[in-house]
Design a protein around this ligand. Structure first.
Ligand code: ADP
Length: 352
């Protein structure tokens, strides 16, 4: 079965084709600058038409969808009802879900009759209990507006947890695993016997760890303080916290860990500080999640930083488990969200 995986973002479409169940990757690519003048790709529809011109015989399409709200606890076959519910989630994911939907509607038109599935970044974390996902705000904000922790990167956390169990030769259902997805966006998850019980990202992907350009956890009072002090409106403060903070904001140099390593080695103090802050925050969450899980059998690193930066992994782990009687296995596992989406799509389509 030939499965096309689509990750449709606001200005780009990433795609990959797998032969399933062999899991052979047949083709991959990315189309960028969608909607920009001179790009020759005015919208997602023409982008996908271009992509599909080079791919024949697609049996099913799997779409990455960022936000599935509380409605989607697992991947689903797309129908009109599903599209309507994904649309509803646009209110809480205005940056991502509309672009994901554009990919779905374009494929529906271009590949009529071909089964499509939606695989949600949030779905894996829907197993979190209420005392974990609720914020300490008036309850009506949850019941009326859906204000709660959702968590993201679920496809990646689920994938690497399963791979970790396979590598260890153990059943996922017998393991307490902490997975660290450290890329440009970063999140960490506590996985108890295959189920996510806590994760660091929240209502949006801004909460939690220090990231490339996102601040992660801060005192919420800072938001209004900075808005008053700098006379910022809501759009400006969102831009500050999402695009100008994190590693980039602290270092003043770059959001790329490789640049910070070079600058730190050359004696740049703020770069070194940004890296120390990054590692400290991950370590702190590992401590918290070890307590939540009542131990940790495996600690998994993935994502561009997690997979490639041994110095960061070493700093995070340094002393972290000294007090534990049973130390976790520490594993580096390359994430493969596209393969996970292909696997889920294959499973759904085969099931009919
Ligand atoms: P995204 O979250 O956008 O998918 P990545 O997972 O590629 O991003 O992570 C980006 C981060 O990973 C950057 O900070 C970069 O420094 C680091 N990184 C990516 N590839 C490498 C590599 N080969 N060696 C060292 N660091 C890397």
């Amino acid at each position: 079965m030939k499965i096309l995986v689509i990750n449709s973002g606001s200005s780009s479409i990433k795609y990959r084709v797998f032969s399933m169940p062999a899991e052979d990757s047949l083709l991959k690519g990315v189309l960028e600058n969608i909607g920009e003048r001179g790009s020759g790709v005015p919208d997602h529809f023409s982008g996908l038409r271009k992509i599909l011109a080079e791919i024949t015989g697609v049996d099913a399409v799997g779409h990455r969808v960022v936000h599935g709200g509380e409605r989607f606890r697992e991947p689903v076959v797309v129908d009109n009802g599903v599209i309507a519910r994904i649309k509803k989630c646009c209110a809480i994911a205005p940056l991502h879900n509309p672009a994901n939907l554009s990919g779905i509607t374009a494929c529906k038109k271009l590949l009529p009759g071909v089964k499509q599935t939606a695989v949600f970044d949030t779905a894996f974390h829907q197993s979190m209990p209420d005392h974990v996902y609720m914020y300490g705000l008036p309850y009506e904000y949850y019941s009326r507006f859906g204000v709660r922790k959702y968590g993201f990167h679920g496809t990646s956390h689920e994938f690497v947890a399963a791979e970790a169990a396979a590598k260890l030769g153990r059943k996922l259902s017998s393991l307490k695993i902490i997975t660290c997805h450290l890329g440009n966006g970063c999140s960490i998850a506590a996985i108890d016997r295959g189920r996510s019980v806590d994760t660091s990202m929240g209502f949006t992907p801004l909460e939690g760890l220090l990231m490339g350009t996102r601040c992660g956890d801060i005192d919420p009072a800072l938001v209004t303080y900075i808005m008053r002090k700098k006379r910022m409106d809501t759009r400006q403060i969102e831009e500050l916290l999402n695009k100008r903070s994190g590693l980039k904001g602290v270092s003043g140099i770059s959001n790329d860990m490789r640049d910070l390593d070079k600058a730190s080695a050359a004696g740049n103090k703020r770069s070194a500080l940004a890296v120390r802050m990054f590692c400290y925050r991950v370590k702190k969450y590992i401590g918290a999640y070890t307590a939540v899980l009542g131990g940790c059998d495996a600690l998994v690193f993935t994502g561009g930083i997690g997979e490639n930066k041994a110095n960061v992994r070493k700093e995070i782990c340094r002393g972290a488990f000294d007090a534990l009687l049973r130390k976790p296995a520490v594993l580096v596992i390359p994430t493969n969200e596209e393969l996970m989406i292909a696997r889920q799509t294959y499973r759904l389509v085969k099931r009919g």
